[in-house]
Write a protein that binds this ligand. Structure first.
Ligand code: NAD
Length: 482
C-alpha cells in the first residue's frame, strides 16, 4: 500500500504545483529492492529561474508583510501537520532512501521539532541599542537575507530541510529548495504540509532535479541572496565558487571523519554502544558518523572485543523490516563503499554484520565491517567512506591521540571518553571540531545544538539559535537628533 498522498512528479512554484519545464521525470528507486516505484520531476535551470522570481515576489507580498510572530505560528503549525503524517513520512523515507523505519520515524520527529523550535524562536531574535556619541541614537535591525537557496543531500533529507529551511523561514527569507535526486519525496511532502499550514504563496518553492542541472542553476543564480549546501566536498567547493561569482554568502556542511577518543580510564560499558551506533546509524551515511575509534593501546583488545560482539549481532535487510541496518541509498553508493572495503585488504577485520538470507538481490546491501589496529595514515582511517565501516586506531598518550584526531582534512564532531576532568577540558580545547562530546556521542542530536565544521567539513553553523544569525543580516542604524 502506498502512503504517498500527492503527485510526486510535480514541482512547487509560488504555492502552485506543475510539471517541470520540458516535463521530464526521473525514476525513484527503492534501494531495498532495486525496483522503481515512483517518479519525480527533473527540474531545469528555467524552473529554478521561475522559482527564484516567485520567492522574490513573496518577499514583497503576504509573506514579506507578516510579523515574526505570525511566521512563527505557521512554522509551529507545519510541525503539527508533520507529526500527523508521521507514519506516511517515515514509510516514504524508508522506501526512498532505505532507512530502517524506526530511524526514518526519528527523522520525522526531528523535522517536527525543528519547526517547533524555529516557530518559537521566530520573534525572539532582537536587535540591540548601542551607546554612542552625544546626540545620536544607534540601534541594529535583524533582517532576512532575501531569497535563500537550499541544496539538500539524500542522507537526512527531513532533518536538513528542518534545520535550514526552518531557520530561514523563521527569519523571513523566501526559500528555493533543491532536494537530492535520490531523496525528493519527503521534501515534496513537507512542501505540501507547509502550504496546508497556511504558508503564503512563494515563501517556499521546491524544485527536484539533478545536481548538475537544477542544483548548479540554483547555486549560481544571480538573484539568490544566500546558499545553504550539505553534501560532498567537491560539490561544496563548486557551490561556493558559483555563489562567489555573485558575492553571496554560503553555508557549507561537508561531512567528516569524526573520531571518538577512548582513554584507559573510560567507562567502557557506557561507551561501547555509542562507539558502534555512531557509525551504524543510517548505514554509516551520516556526515557526523564516527568512523574512527581511537583507543589507548592498553584497551585495544578489550574495546575491539566489545565492539566486535555488537557487530556480529548486526542484521542488515530491507528498510521496512526495520532491522539495525538498511541498504545504502543506491547501487552507486554501495559500489563506492565496496571500493573502500577492497582498499582494506591489508587490514585486520575484527567483525562483520550479517545481511539477512532473504534480502532482495536487487537491494544495495553491504555488511557492516569493523577493522582494528589500523594505522592512522591508512586510506580507510583518513577518507570519508559514507558507509557502515569503522576503524579502531591505537594510541599511546594524549599528545598522540590529539595528533591522530586532528590528522585528517575534516573537523566536524569528536568525542572524548575519560573520567579525568582536566583531560576532558584540555583536549576539548585542542581538538579540531565544530562539536565536542564528553562521555557521549551526539547528545541525542538535539535541534538546539549549533552544528557545523572546520577545515573541509565546511563553515557556518546550522541548528540551534545560532542558525538564526546565519539566516539573517544585521543593519546598523545611527540617528542624529542633536
Ligand atoms: P553530492 O554532494 O553530489 O550531492 C548533494 C546535493 O548537491 C544533492 O542535492 C545534489 O543534487 C546536489 N548537487 C550535485 N552536484 C551539484 C552541482 N554541481 N551544483 C549544485 N548542486 C549539486 O553528494 P552525493 O553524490 O549525493 O554523495 C557523494 C558523497 O558525498 C558521499 O559519498 C558522501 O561522502 C558525501 N555526502 C555527504 C553528505 C553530508 O551530509 N555531509 C551528504 C551526502 C553525501
Amino acid at each position: 500500500m502506498s502512503r504517498i498522498w500527492f503527485d510526486t512528479d510535480k514541482i512547487c512554484i509560488g504555492g502552485a504545483w506543475r510539471t517541470a519545464d520540458g516535463a521530464e521525470v526521473l525514476p525513484v528507486k527503492d534501494p531495498s529492492t532495486g525496483e522503481t516505484f515512483s517518479q519525480i520531476a527533473r527540474g531545469t535551470a528555467a524552473d529554478i529561474d521561475t522559482a527564484v522570481a516567485s520567492a522574490r515576489t513573496a518577499l514583497h507580498s503576504d509573506w514579506g508583510r507578516m510579523t515574526a510572530t505570525q511566521r512563527g505560528r505557521i512554522l509551529t503549525k507545519i510541525g503539527q501537520l508533520v507529526l500527523k503524517r508521521a507514519d506516511d513520512l517515515a514509510w516514504m523515507e524508508a522506501r526512498d532512501v532505505g532507512k530502517p523505519l524506526t530511524q526514518a520515524r526519528n527523522d520525522v520527529i526531528a523535522l517536527a521539532r525543528y519547526m517547533e523550535f524555529y516557530g518559537g524562536a521566530a520573534d525572539k531574535l532582537h536587535g540591540t541599542t548601542i551607546p554612542y556619541l552625544d546626540g545620536y541614537t544607534v540601534y541594529t535591525l535583524r533582517e532576512p537575507h532575501g531569497v535563500t537557496g537550499h541544496i539538500v543531500p539524500w542522507n537526512y533529507p527531513m532533518q536538513i530541510i528542518g534545520r535550514s529551511v526552518g531557520a530561514a523561514l523563521a527569519m523571513g527569507n523566501a526559500c528555493v529548495l533543491k532536494p537530492a535526486e535520490e531523496a525528493s519525496l519527503t521534501a515534496l511532502a513537507f512542501t505540501h504540509l507547509a502550504y496546508d499550514a497556511g504558508l503564503p504563496d512563494g515563501a517556499l518553492n521546491t524544485v527536484p532535479g539533478l545536481g548538475t542541472e537544477a542544483g548548479a542553476a540554483l547555486s549560481g543564480h544571480p538573484d539568490i541572496d544566500h546558499v545553504s549546501f550539505t553534501g560532498s566536498v567537491p560539490v561544496g567547493a563548486l557551490v561556493q565558487q558559483a555563489a562567489g561569482q555573485n558575492v553571496v554568502p554560503v553555508t557549507l556542511e561537508l561531512g567528516g571523519k569524526s573520531p571518538q577518543l577512548v582513554f584507559a580510564d573510560a567507562d567502557l560499558d557506557a561507551a561501547t554502544p555509542f562507539l558502534v551506533n555512531a557509525a551504524i546509524q543510517n548505514a554509516g551515511q551520516t556526515c557526523s558518523a564516527s568512523s574512527r575509534i581511537l583507543v589507548h593501546r592498553s584497551k585495544l583488545d578489550e574495546v575491539t572485543t566489545r565492539m566486535a560482539e555488537r557487530y556480529n549481532a548486526l542484521q542488515v535487510g530491507p528498510a521496512l523490516d526495520d532491522l539495525h541496518v538498511g541498504p545504502l541509498v543506491s547501487a552507486r553508493q554501495r559500489d563506492i563503499v565496496s571500493g573502500f572495503l577492497d582498499k582494506g585488504y591489508d587490514l585486520e577485520t575484527a567483525a562483520q554484520g550479517q545481511i539477512i538470507a532473504d534480502a532482495p538481490t536487487g537491494g544495495s546491501y553491504i555488511a557492516p565491517t569493523l577493522f582494528t589496529n589500523v594505522a592512522p595514515d591508512h586510506t580507510l582511517a583518513k577518507d570519508e567512506i559514507f558507509g557502515p565501516v569503522q576503524v579502531i586506531i591505537p594510541f599511546d598518550d594524549d599528545a598522540e591521540a590529539i595528533a591522530i584526531a586532528n590528522g585528517t582534512d575534516y573537523g566536524l564532531v569528536a568525542s572524548i571518553w575519560t573520567r579525568d576532568g582536566a583531560r576532558q577540558m584540555r583536549l576539548t580545547k585542542q581538538i579540531k571540531a565544530g562539536q565536542v562530546f564528553i562521555n557521549n556521542y551526539g547528545a541525542g542530536g538535539g535541534v538546539e545544538l549549533p552544528f557545523g565544521g572546520v577545515g573541509k567539513s565546511g563553515h557556518g553553523r546550522e541548528k540551534g539559535f545560532e542558525a538564526l544569525y546565519g539566516f539573517s543580516q544585521l543593519k546598523t542604524v545611527a540617528a542624529h537628533h542633536g
